[in-house]
Structure formats: structure tokens, C-alpha cells
Design a protein around this ligand. Sequence first.
Ligand code: ZN
Length: 413
Amino acid sequence: MPAALSEAELAAGARLMARLDAFAAFSDEEGRLTRLFLSDAHRRAAEAYIGWCAEAGLEARIDAAGNVVARYEGKMLGAPALMLGSHIDTVRDAGRYDGNYGALAALAVVEALAAAGERFDHAVEIVAFGDEEGVRWRTTLTGSRALAGNYPREALHQKDAAGVVMGDALKAFGGDPDRAASIRAGGAVAFVEAHIEQGPVLEAEGLPIGVVTAINGATRLEIGVDGLAGHAGATPMNLRRDALAAAADMALAIEKRARAEADLVATVGRMEVWPNAANVIPGHVQFSIDVRAPDDKRRATAVADIRAGLEAIAAQRGVRATVGTTHEADAYVCDPRIVAGFSHAVESLGVSPLLLPSGAGHDTMAIGRLCPAGMLFVRCKGGVSHNPLESITTEDCAFGLAALSRFVRNFEI
Ligand SMILES: [Zn+2]
């Protein structure tokens, strides 16, 4: 059977694309999309989302952890809920589909249900998480972790680069730092997230959408390297304890360790140098390491090897390395019933249901602690994401929305 969408499904996809374009205007930076957690752009995006919910007759609100949540009641008030959603924060200079696609697709699904007056035995809740990318503070998934009853309270005390404490920013945004740890979504029976693939597999297979089987586990480390700052002209090479040269050596060792193993990835994505001056030997460097693998044991072994490697380089170069773990998420195996439900929905559109793991982390893995959860992937051009070149076609956008919508309509508690 050739892949086929109804006229209405194609039109709904086109409307979703137009809304994704409009939504991309909510940015903290002129000329590019940057929407950090609890920023002004995040607040404006949340307000737009709440406004669209209101137009559909849904009362949306910002919850204590900074998520935007709305509820479409079932036949009976207060019924258990199927939850849909994704995140609306972005990385710096982001694409417009990562996260936003699933958050706005969830909204499009309930808009269509509301317009048709279609109600189920279960309610449908939609959520736009605010803190998935972990760019502004050294934490991620605080919104989804809050709903799962696993809120990282310590994150509230963290300061961003400008010294803003997360708890204060959350309060100003309309959240409630005192209650963020106690908003567990007790009535949720399942959670599903539509998201762009952020990898090249669907494109290589020639498929518009695919069903996620598992999400890779991830560890984030924060490394401080203490050397000795000194005059760049007056200190001979053999008497230096250069923190940046040591950190560079460490980054290469991390890359080498990750390359030694299939499916394992490790990235040094951020590095800060003090005093960061052309004529001073760097005295201190702070950098991040992100390690991911589909298997928790293999990830733990790699992290242990990386730690040992850093120690060895530090000893050899006469610097001191301190290593802290800032984020740890186990691999999450998606719920088999949800995988089957998505496979069925995908097949009903005439698309062969490809099962694939997710290399990137998602809110789904945090919500998976609360209730059965799963994901649907939409093909993106070249597998490129976290980049303004991120791109999906209107037809693929429509396929994802149609599959999500069919999944919701066929869902049974
Ligand atoms: Zn995302």
C-alpha cells in the first residue's frame, strides 16, 4: 500500500508547519532562534501557547516547574489522562522543529478533537516542557522530572552565566519553586512524544516517520582543571602548568575512548578559560563532557575510563582535575504497548513501521518513571538538528501529526 494522507491530514500538516514558523519568532536573540529556559522568549512562547489553547477552549496554565499544561477532558470529568507533549526551550542558534514540533503537534491534536467535539473515556493532557536542552543552568529535564515526581530540588539554587538563580527565574516566570517538587502527574496513564529524529536513519531508509524503541542513557560531567596562570612571555615551556593545554589533551583522550566503541558517543561541548587573555597562561579551565550509550553498563564503564584518563593526564601535566557529575539518565526502553500502538498508526498511513532507538535524550525518558511512555520520530533533512539548518518537509510534518492523532484516537486505557 503506498503511503497516503487524507486531504484533511495534509492540510493539518500545513497548518502545523505555519505555526512552527510563527513560533520560531519567539527568540532571545535577534536574527536567530535561541529560547532558553525561563527567558523572556520562553515566557512569550508560553503565552502564545496558552493563547492558542484558549482559542481551542482549553484552559492552559504554567505549572510550578515552568511547564505549560492544558487538559482536554474525556467523557467523564477527572478521567485518567493520556499525556502528549515535548519541549519548547531550544539550544542557542537552534532549528525550529526540535521539541517545538511535538509540543505544537500535541496542541494540534487536541484542537482537532475540540473542534469535532470528540471525547474519549480518558482525558488528553498536553504539555510544553521548558527545560529539556539544559543550556542555561547545568541541569536538564526539570519540567518532565517534576511531573514524574522526581524533581531535582538542588537545581533551584544553581546560577546561570549572569548569576541568576534558577529558583528566582522560575518564580518570575510564573512557576513556584516551593511546589515544583510536589506536582507529580498522578492521573497520567501514558505519555507520548512526537519529535524530529535528529539523526539520519529515517532519511536513509526513505521513511517519513518511525517508532522509537529506546532512548540512550546519558551522563554529563563538569570538569575543573587548575593549573597556574603566568606571564605568556616570561614563563619557559618546561615550567608551565597550562590548564588549557591539559584540557585540550583531555578532550582528545575522551574522543579516542568514545571512538573505540560502537554506539557510544562522548562530546566536550563547552569550555571556559580563565583568565582568557592572549598574554596569560591559562590558570583554570572548566568544561563539560556528555557521554551517551544505549546500554547503561557500557556507559558506566566508559565514564569510569574517561575519569581515569583525566586523572592520568592531570598527574602527568602537574595540574589538578576535579570531576563532578551534573546529570545522569539511564537508558529508557519505550513501553511495548505504545510501540505497538504507534506501529499500528504508522502502518495505517501506508508507511512501513521502522523501529529505531533514539541517540538523543528526551523528556520521554523522565516521564517514563511515571507511566508507560513512547515516542514517534519524524524524518529531518540530513539528520541535522541543534542548528538553524534543521529542516522537515510539510508532508513529513503531516505524517507525524496524522500518526500521533491516529494513535490518540485508537488509545485505550
Ligand atoms: Zn528535543
